[in-house]
Each structure stands twice: as C-alpha cells, then as structure tokens.
Design a protein around this ligand. Sequence first.
Ligand SMILES: Cc1cc2nc3c(=O)[nH]c(=O)nc-3n(C[C@H](O)[C@H](O)[C@H](O)COP(=O)(O)OP(=O)(O)OC[C@H]3O[C@@H](n4cnc5c(N)ncnc54)[C@H](O)[C@@H]3O)c2cc1C
Ligand code: FES
Length: 260
Amino acid sequence: MKQCQARVLDLVEVKGGFFSLTLYEPYLAATARPGQFIHLRVGSGVAPLLRRPFSVAGADPAKGTLHLLFRCVGEGTKLLSRSREGELLDCLGPLGNCFISSGAEPAVLLAGGGGIAPLIFLAESLRAAGRELYLFYGAAKSADLLPLEQFLSPGPVVKYATEDGSAGEAGLLTAVFQRALAAGLFPGELFACGPRPFLAALAQQNQRRGYPLQVSLEERMACAVGACQGCAVLIRRNGREDYLRVCREGPVFQSTEVVW
Ligand SMILES: Cc1cc2nc3c(=O)[nH]c(=O)nc-3n(C[C@H](O)[C@H](O)[C@H](O)COP(=O)(O)OP(=O)(O)OC[C@H]3O[C@@H](n4cnc5c(N)ncnc54)[C@H](O)[C@@H]3O)c2cc1C
Ligand code: FES
C-alpha cells in the first residue's frame, strides 16, 4: 500500500448517477487485486475531510490504468463526479485483502446493486485465466443496472434480475439464484458483493448446500488502514468471536465466519 497521485484520464456518467472513472497510476494498476479497494481524497479543498473508499473495478498494468465505478450518493461522490481530466487525485491503496479462487468450476459471482464493481474486476481476471463463469446481477429496477457489456469481455454467462421485473428475471437476486440452482446449476465456488441484507440472505440460503462463499463487506470507513476500528465487524474464526476490521482483515470474508 502507498499514497499516490492518480491522474484522471476519463470520467463519464454511464447511466443516471453511475460514473465510470479511469485513473492513471502505474503502481496501483500493477498491484491491485480483485476485491481490494482504494481510499480516495475527493475534491481539492478541506471538505470533506475524510477520504472515500472505492473498490477497484479493473486494472490494466500494461497501460498503468485503474478503473472505478461509483454511484453518486452524497457530498463526496458528487465532488468526485466533478473531477476534471488531468486532475490529480490523492489516493491510498491498494487496501484490504482480495478474493481467492480455489479453481473449482464454475465460479459463480453474485452482485447486488453497487456491489458489481469488484466483481467486474474478479470476472475479468477469472475469464483471463480461462475459467467457466456465471454472473448474477440484480437491482430494484432496470434503471439501477449498469450495462455490463461496456465493462466485461465476452465469456461469462450473465443473468440479470430486477425486483420489479423491468429487466431480466423478476424477483430478488437471491430467489433468481435459487431458481438457477434448482434448475441444475452446480457452482464450484461463489463470490458475492452487495448490501449486507442481501449477503446475509445469501449466506443463510447457502448454509444447507454449503458451497464455498466469499463475501465482500462494505462498512463506513474513516482511516481505512486499520487504525480507528471504525469498520469492525463480528467474525467467528477458529471457534472464537472477535471484531475484525473490514479495511484490514477484509473486505472479503468467508460467509460462514461472518456473524450476520
Ligand atoms: C470497501 C468499500 C468499497 C466500496 N466500493 C464502492 C464502489 O466501488 N462504488 C461505489 O459507488 N461505492 C463504493 N463504496 C461506497 C462508497 O465508499 C460510498 O458510497 C461513499 O463513501 C459515499 O460518500 P459520499 O460522501 O458521497 O456520501 P455520504 O454523504 O458519506 O453518504 C451518503 C449516503 O451513502 C451511505 N454510505 C456512505 N458510505 C457508505 C458505505 N461505506 N457503505 C454503505 N453506505 C454508505 C450513507 O449512509 C448515506 O446514506 C465502497 C465502500 C467500501 C467500504
Ligand atoms: S476504517 Fe479505521 S480501522 Fe477500518
């Protein structure tokens, strides 16, 4: 991990409130792994004081570029969405641990809403390794789904789900996934990211079948380097319960060790 100045190469609004940001920073591009994040200082003034965490959605070591996908939800992301081409953004990274694939096929990735960013990076890296892949991507409505064909190379089987049925299969992503399992999908391993209630439901449903499931958690972060304990979550590991830091020991945990 190091502090670096990343140059804004490209910033576009992909869809109402969702932005795609390409940064030039060769160290981050070469070292970031799927599941890791960077802590970004948004804006050049004193406010907001705290950096904001964003998952790495892609990296190209040959070009020295890093890709982020973010949704405008508040003051910090609004400022970030106004960054200009050529501007330098102060960032710390890469931070946290990463997804670790066992190689069991097929790999099934499940993204709820904004949880898609780290799974795009993971999907690209597994695809490059020749892995068989399924990606389930769900949101409340069609307007909340990103057009994945803009960010993913051809290869993975992509299944969309919306709660209101405006795109893909109608229903909660967990229900759509359960239907796919009932229809014969037999995952080798599962990776998921999204809102905590979605991850908790997925973990609970998965208890019976017991597929290896790694989940990437999001917590509000202050320091993002393990110093403030502000992002701690209860984890049961080796028979004991302890608070572990999402920014340091996470964000990726085995679903069976999270105390939901
Ligand atoms: C490890 C990690 C990776 C992340 N990756 C991405 C990403 O790839 N793309 C993306 O769009 N967002 C991501 N986030 C969330 C992102 O950091 C927040 O949306 C951002 O910090 C909000 O800043 P803001 O100043 O715009 O909003 P604020 O004014 O700080 O908050 C606006 C709203 O967003 C909610 N919020 C803020 N931070 C979080 C958080 N960490 N988790 C859940 N809700 C939050 C607040 O409760 C509030 O309702 C990630 C968060 C973490 C911890
Ligand atoms: S945000 Fe400070 S310890 Fe994780």
